[in-house]
Write a protein that binds this ligand. Structure first.
Ligand code: ADP
Ligand code: ASP
Ligand code: MG
Length: 412
């Protein structure tokens, strides 16, 4: 029988009623003749609570134990979803990551999926099971420890299963009815897109649009998974949601197609580092070893042999970054006067495939921000995106102003 993957995010399984509603949707697909792999997130708020407990217990925690705690939210919803389906007379059972087994790297807290053997689930489908409910976000390392795939990782679990089982489609059910030109919670003018290109979705996701985890988009692109984002609260329809697809399938022709923001950015400055060959390597090497996701980097002009080095990273990695840098300083591999961490910044980005061939987008973006009196702290560009760091208090204003200026509420 053809296989379908259906993923339900936190708000779609937030309580028993919602789990029942989601299970009904699964039942509809089973009735159509699909064997279904359901991927569930933890109930909304649960993972944040678990992360909070870990941080309170141990600020520079052992990441293996972080994963042991934080992965547990998904175990509860997987079991409850299987029970709910059984109550509806749909043959179902739950699987935790290690039972599949979903094999990952040992990069705890941000592990990558290496392999999903299909035989265990296929055997059960062969025996008449119609739904495999799999706990999202979690796997098992080569050392036999529980791993997690980074926040929002259930999306990636879903796409990886769709690829491994050659599913007909991967439907991501969430609390909005598709991918918008920007977060509909920030701009009333945000417009739902019927289709979005993989490359654009990839940029939007990596720049903060948490509707899909970045890695899930990468996998969908690589394995050509038919990926759809839709609401678990709206009536089922074949036309619903947003299809993430190849560029060639998109009719719209806009220079900028979306605005993304990331609230949880920090700007770190190393003051007075020695300006010599190899200095960047000796700063960013230890940061990479400590698992810090460094994003933007700026090196100031040199003044009497020293320079300031600024970079951005997620706010929750600041303590770890500071430790890595101070350790390197103590070991004598780098020298600096002080580290200044500014945790009151946000990153705003405009994204569009059309930028490849159209100059002037950066200039327009800077003008719009300047008209609003917003100071730009750091700039980074790539072929299809421009990002700036600004004071967090202007984040919403900047998103709305850019969305309006690039007329994203209108379709092209
Ligand atoms: P889930 O729990 O279902 O995984 P998430 O909270 O991770 O849901 O992702 C859905 C949220 O993503 C939406 O509620 C919305 O606020 C946010 N979001 C950010 N940018 C966008 C966008 N461009 N389009 C749609 N949603 C977006
Ligand atoms: N529950 C995890 C999180 O909140 C994974 C997910 O929902 O995708 O990050
Ligand atoms: Mg999510």
């Amino acid at each position: 029988m053809p296989i379908l993957v259906m993923k339900f995010g936190g708000t779609s399984v937030a309580n028993l009623d919602r789990i029942r509603r989601a299970a009904k949707r699964v039942g509809l697909e089973v009735a159509k003749g699909y064997d279904v792999i359901v991927i569930v997130s933890a109930m909304s708020g649960k993972t944040n609570e678990l992360v909070g407990w870990v941080n309170e217990t141990s600020p520079l925690y052992d990441a293996r134990e972080y994963d042991a705690v934080v992965s547990s939210g998904e175990n509860v919803t997987a079991g409850l979803m299987a029970l709910t389906l059984q109550e509806m007379d749909v043959p179902a059972r739950s699987w935790q990551g290690w039972q599949v087994p979903l094999k990952t790297t040992s990069a705890h807290g941000q592990a990558r999926i290496e392999e999903i053997p299909t035989d265990n689930l296929m055997d059960k489908f062969g025996e008449g099971m119609r739904v495999a409910v799999v706990a999202g976000f979690q796997g098992i390392s080569p050392e036999g420890r529980i791993t997690t795939l980074g926040r929002g990782g259930s999306d990636t679990t879903a796409v990886a299963f769709a690829a491994a089982f050659d599913a007909e489609r991967c439907d991501i059910y969430t609390d909005v009815d598709g991918v918008y030109t920007t977060d509909p919670r920030i701009s009333d003018n945000a417009r739902k897109l019927d289709k979005i290109a993989f490359e654009e979705m990839l940029e939007l996701a990596s720049l903060g649009a948490k509707v899909l985890q970045t890695r899930s988009v990468e996998l969908a692109m690589r394995y050509n998974v038919k990926l759809r984002v839709l609401s678990s609260f709206e009536e089922p329809s074949d036309e619903a949601g947003t299809l993430v697809c190849d560029e060639e399938e998109i009719m719209e022709d806009k220079v900028v197609s979306g605005v993304a923001y990331s609230r949880d950015e920090a700007k770190m400055t190393l003051v007075s580092v020695e300006d010599r060959p190899g200095i960047a390597a000796s700063i960013f090497g230890p940061l990479a070893d400590a698992g810090i996701n460094v994003d933007m980097i700026v090196q100031n002009i040199s003044d009497e042999g020293t320079t300031d080095m600024t970079f951005s990273c997620p706010t929750d990695q600041v303590a770890r970054a500071e430790k890595a840098l101070n350790d390197a300083k103590e070991a004598g591999t780098i020298g600096f006067e002080e580290i200044i961490a500014d945790t009151n910044v946000a990153k705003i980005s405009v994204v569009g495939i059309g930028m490849r061939s159209q100059p002037g987008v950066a200039a327009k973006m800077f003008k719009v921000l300047s008209n609003e009196g917003i100071n730009i702290k750091v700039i980074a560009t790539s072929e299809i995106k421009i990002s700036v760091l600004i004071d967090r208090k202007y984040m919403e204003l900047a998103v709305q102003a850019l969305h309006d200026a690039f007329e994203l509420e209108k379709s092209a």
